[in-house]
Design a binder for this molecule. Structure first.
Ligand SMILES: [Zn+2]
Length: 60
């Protein structure tokens, strides 16, 4: 199912204009930071899973 929006991994903002194909983002463009690499956008549920996973936390 296509999500309402995807999240830009560069600046962590929601992006509402994107192309969705076969369960993944095929095209997206973040107006805020200029990111347009489809692999750098994820769905909200993937984002929540990722932020709960310690391995993906930035070094601190
Ligand atoms: Zn961005």
């Amino acid at each position: 199912m296509m999500p309402d929006y995807v999240i830009c991994l560069e600046c962590e903002s929601p992006v509402y204009i994107f192309e969705w194909k076969d369960g993944v983002v095929s095209e997206a463009h973040c107006a805020l930071c200029g990111n347009e690499d489809p692999s750098q956008f994820i769905t909200e549920s993937d984002y929540e899973e990722m932020s709960m996973d310690d391995r993906f936390r930035p070094d601190s």
